[in-house]
Write a protein that binds this ligand. Structure first.
Ligand code: NDP
Length: 499
């Protein structure tokens, strides 16, 4: 399919077939209660379909299936080379159905179709393939003990893994969790956000078609406070991997404390600084990256570079260029291939973002661009890219994660001041620095308290680099790369006394 053509896209949408039941033990099933919830298209405000609302009973069913598969060893004891073959097939099927998956994400999460089809789904495929490829190349260790003993240090799968993910990158966040978790031999129960379950349910079906055995990968759509909490509190789940808000992240820690001390890995968002030094590269390059950092995915991105910390000598030319470039980022129907800024995820979230814009104005920041809900006639939840100048580091818009297309601009005069403003946050997920001096690039990168620092670009790295946060942006969690594999395994020592 050519997702560059509007007509083709519309007819493909009309042919979509939604998977609306839970995927438990290799089959689509209704929720035990028979209940369902409505999922809507945030670009129109209209319902798309109803989806099974899983609860404790469904989580119990899925854990039994996952545990049974794990103990039988249909997946956990399969040789890594054979697991690799199945996961490659899974990645291949995801690639074959990439257009369908991209459309599902675009419709349900309001994300621009161009981004879904050129970034999200290809990265999802890449992630599954990368972890599959790694799994039969990882060696365990022999400890340097005396000659009459042999000590093996092994990594074993952790068992049954629960994963709770957000709505902003549904397929990709699922892949970041199940890629390493399945490759390492675990069984997984995954709860997508109630706002975006459709692509993940289709992924589950494709995993079964690829040969992932029954019970090994289960998807439980449902609400956070029911299905999510039941996963967190379950006594037979060994680990919970979570991406979402710090508030729910804290709850996850309490679930572990109140249940079986399951392992917890959290990725909890950020308020990432983009620091532009006086000797930054060309203004065009900086502006393009700052724009992507702030407004890509409507700012609904945990690493969103929502704080522009710029040397006062460069502020005016940079803001002029940013405002020019924003004209090339049309807000519009996410299904239109020209659209760069789609709709926000739901009405309540749009209102929250508008509330932050009001707070910025009332706290005395200068609204330089945007600030309004647009395309109201569509029924969708669109907000135009918004830039605030003269932001003070203590304002709400400088401190809290807005998760919308809102950029706050703060100036500085010295390197120390820039670092101090950048680090003055409870978050520490990502940061960018723009300078042409390799020494200051390295010095500032080391000084910034963030899990990923990109230099002269906005980037989260690629599949080879770990992703996760300092401070309240995370707790133990690292997605992507070989470090993610370690997270989904546990260490065993076998100590042998020899003759
Ligand atoms: P949440 O933290 O509320 O949701 C993330 C996931 O947790 C969803 O699957 C959600 O389910 C689930 N969940 C919600 N409540 C519970 C609970 N009590 N127990 C277990 N699981 C639960 O984030 P939101 O999606 O509501 O977004 C709110 C804010 O979180 C955003 O504005 C942003 O600041 C931040 N966020 C950060 C993300 C990141 O990548 N770091 C991603 C998304 C959001 P359900 O959706 O069904 O309620």
């Amino acid at each position: 399919m050519n997702l560059k053509e509007n007509d083709t896209i519309r007819s493909a949408v009309s042919r979509l077939d939604f998977r609306t039941q839970a995927f438990i033990d290799g089959k689509f099933v209704d929720a035990a209660s028979g209940k369902s919830f409505v999922t809507e298209n945030p670009a129109t405000g209209k319902p798309l379909t109803e989806i099974a609302a899983c609860d404790k009973e469904d989580v119990d069913r899925a854990v039994k299936a996952a545990r049974s598969a794990f103990e039988k060893g249909s997946w956990s004891k399969m040789s890594p080379a054979d697991r690799k073959i199945v996961l490659f097939k899974f990645a291949g099927l995801l690639e074959t159905h990439a257009d369908e998956l991209a459309l599902l994400e675009c419709l349900e999460a309001g994300k621009p179709i161009q981004d879904c089809s050129t970034i999200d789904i290809p990265e999802t495929v890449n992630c599954i393939r990368w972890h599959a490829e790694a799994i039969d190349k990882l060696y365990d260790h022999v400890s340097p003990t005396s000659s009459d003993t042999l000590a093996l240090i092994l990594r074993e799968p952790i068992g049954v893994v629960g994963a709770v993910i957000p709505w902003n990158f549904p397929a990709l966040m699922a892949a970041w969790k199940i890629g390493p978790a399945l490759a390492a031999g675990n069984s997984v129960l995954l709860k997508p956000s109630e706002l975006s379950s459709l692509s993940v349910l289709r992924m589950a079906e494709l995993s079964a078609e690829a040969g992932v055995p029954q019970g090994v990968f289960n998807v439980l759509p449902g609400l956070g406070e029911t299905a999510g909490q039941a996963i967190g509190m379950h006594m037979d789940i060994n680990m919970l991997a979570f991406t979402g808000s710090p508030e729910v992240g804290r709850l996850c820690l309490s679930y572990a404390a109140k249940s079986n001390l399951k392992r917890i890995a959290l990725e909890c968002g950020g308020k990432s600084p983009q620091v532009v030094m006086a000797d930054a590269p060309e203004i065009d390059i900086v502006a393009e990256n700052v724009l992507i950092g702030a407004f890509w995915n409507m700012g609904e991105n945990c690493s969103c570079g929502s704080r522009l910390i710029v040397h006062e000598s460069l502020k005016d030319p940079l803001l002029d260029r940013l405002i020019e470039l924003c004209k090339e980022w049309p807000v519009g129907d996410p299904l239109n291939p020209e659209t760069k800024v789609g709709s926000l995820i739901e009405k309540a979230h749009m209102e929250k973002v508008l509330g932050y814009i009001e707070a910025g104005i009332s706290e005395g920041a200068q609204l330089l661009l945007g600030g309004r809900r647009v395309l109201v006639e569509t029924g969708g939840y669109f907000i135009e890219p918004t830039i605030f100048d003269k932001v003070n580091k203590n304002m709400k818009i400088a401190r809290e994660e807005i998760f919308g297309p809102v950029l706050s601009v703060i100036t500085f005069t010295s390197e120390d001041q820039a670092i101090s403003i950048a680090n003055d946050s409870n978050y520490g997920l990502a940061a960018s620095v723009y300078t042409q001096d390799v020494n200051s690039a390295f010095r500032i990168s080391r000084a910034l308290k963030a899990g990923t620092v990109s230099v002269n670009c906005f980037s989260e790295g690629d599949m080879t680099t770990p992703f996760g946060g300092y401070k309240e942006s995370g707790f133990f969690g690292r997605d992507k790369s070989i470090w993610a594999h370690e997270q989904y395994t546990q260490l065993k020592t076998i100590w042998m006394q020899l003759d």
